[in-house]
Write a protein that binds this ligand. Structure first.
Ligand SMILES: *Cc1c(COP(=O)(O)O)cnc(C)c1O
Length: 464
């Protein structure tokens, strides 16, 4: 064994304790460091010929790189929809790396069963019935893509084509209908050979991002033959929800595959005040839910659910002499694009075991209360204008006067010691969004952001 490896192995317990303390320092600074740090990149060094050992690598990382990382795990990182890492999820992730399992097949351990049971817990968490089976993937983009891949196979069956065998070209033209699809839907369609142009944007309700069910019915009537519908449960700009029950009811008159992108909106099911936003979710043929967002497990993790395992395994089966047969409960290798993968389920298992539905409900309710508090504050600040009602956990707002993209970028830059917000355009108006999904965020953080907003708006404009 190389002497550096042997030395680290001999000191492993001490080294792991030091790494633990160093992680604790990193977490401790989340409250105080600027949310977006100034970037002073270290000069590039050559590939080390002689290693320095773990302790020295840790010292260098802590000195040179750690201060340059954003506080994205912290309570005032409100960009995109992000989420942090609960203590139990962090422990689960560390142990995932320590155990270094490849839960591809059940030949050598209980990894696949742990994944299956965790998927079962998640299905209950979101109020889905037993007909939905699922698997872990890296994120909502991959979850959407897997759902669309199964939809493509289903569509093939309707047209007498086995896409998994004959390829997408045999399928002919496909229409994918959606009101306010997430950008990842286009990417998935491109990847699947259906093409971005297969996405048809259906009109939304007035002043909403939710699809107009009547317009959707017209689009279905105009699509010759079965189509794919992507319903949205939680849009990123304004967290709007399609009426899932009304959409599912259209199946009485039209044949279509219903995929629901509920990347973070599915968590509405945890809050009694908001659960009605996702009634009807169970009726979907496939569902996407991100876990590295509102479940507060570390990147990267998401789950995909479907009622159509037969079609799923037709797409993703990976027949090899050394892997188990498909059987009644197919191994994870036959369900998603990855073959080898980490035991992603463990971080989710840990956080669900440690805090339960109740603990995770509390996070959703507190985040939602924070969004409402910020929404009220925005309405009370004369220079700002709320662009949409706060429905769940996102506040979408703009400047009351002259809301150009440049002025909003300046405002976001003024805030970045205190909070990180991301820009968007909603209904043609440049805007900022603050998305609450971190388990550590409290009303004190909302107060700090509100003060920062007041200060930034009170500041005189810089001389031209
Ligand atoms: C975040 C998000 C995605 C993409 O998720 P990734 O985890 O970044 O792949 C898709 N749809 C919605 C609605 C999202 O919020």
């Amino acid at each position: 064994m190389h002497p550096r490896l042997a030395a680290d192995l001999a000191r492993l317990p001490d080294l792991l304790r030091t790494v633990g303390l160093s992680a604790n320092d990193l977490l401790g600074r989340l409250h105080e460091q600027p949310v977006v740090p100034p970037l002073h990149l270290p000069g590039p060094g050559p590939l080390p010929e002689e290693g320095a050992g773990l302790a020295e690598a840790l010292t260098e990382f802590t000195r040179e790189w750690a201060p340059l990382l954003s506080a994205s795990a912290g309570p005032r990182y409100l960009g995109f929809v992000t989420g942090g890492v609960t203590p139990a999820a962090l422990a689960g992730d560390w142990l995932t790396a320590a155990a270094d399992q490849n839960p591809t097949s059940a030949l050598d351990g209980a990894g696949p069963e742990l994944e299956r049971r965790t998927v079962g817990w998640l299905r209950e968490l979101f109020g889905l019935g037993a007909a939905h089976e699922g698997a872990f993937v890296s994120g909502a983009t991959m979850s959407n893509t897997v759902g669309l891949a199964i939809a493509r196979e289903w569509l093939g069956e309707r047209r007498g084509v086995t896409v998994a065998e004959e390829g997408t070209a045999a399928l002919g033209r496909v229409r994918v209908l959606s009101g306010s699809p997430h950008s990842s839907i286009g990417k998935g369609l491109s990847l699947l050979g259906l093409g971005r142009a297969s996405l048809v944007q259906v009109p939304v309700l007035p002043c909403r991002e939710a699809v107009d069910p009547e317009a959707l019915e017209r689009a279905l009537a105009g699509a010759d033959g079965p189509a794919i519908v992507v319903a949205n449960a939680g849009t990123v700009n304004t967290v709007d929800f399609d009426d899932l029950r009304a959409i599912a009811a259209l199946r009485e008159r039209h044949e279509f595959w219903l995929h629901v992108d509920a990347a973070f909106g599915a968590f509405a099911a945890l809050s009694p005040d908001h659960a009605d936003l996702v009634t009807g979710l169970d009726a979907a043929d496939s569902i996407c839910v991100d876990l590295h967002k509102w479940l507060n497990v570390p990147y990267d993790s998401a789950v995909q659910f479907t009622r159509h395992r037969r079609l799923q395994t037709r797409v993703f089966q990976n027949a090899a002499a050394y892997l188990g047969p498909l059987g009644e409960t197919p191994d994870p290798v036959h369900l998603t694009p990855e073959n080898s993968r980490r035991l992603r389920a463990l971080a989710a298992w840990f956080t669900l075991r440690a805090y339960g539905r109740d603990g995770h409900r509390e996070i959703v309710q507190r985040n939602t209360a924070c969004a409402h508090a910020l929404g009220r504050a925005v309405e009370a600040i004369p220079g700002l204008r709320l662009l949409a009602p706060v429905r769940l956990n996102v506040v979408c707002f703009t400047l009351a006067e002259d809301p150009t993209a440049e002025r909003l970028a300046d405002l976001a830059a003024d805030l970045k010691d205190d909070a990180f917000l991301t820009p968007t355009t909603y209904a043609g108006v440049p805007a900022l969004r603050a998305a609450f999904s971190n388990w550590r965020t409290t009303e004190a953080d909302v107060h700090r952001l509100t003060e920062a907003l007041r200060n930034a708006l009170g500041r005189p404009a810089p001389a031209p």
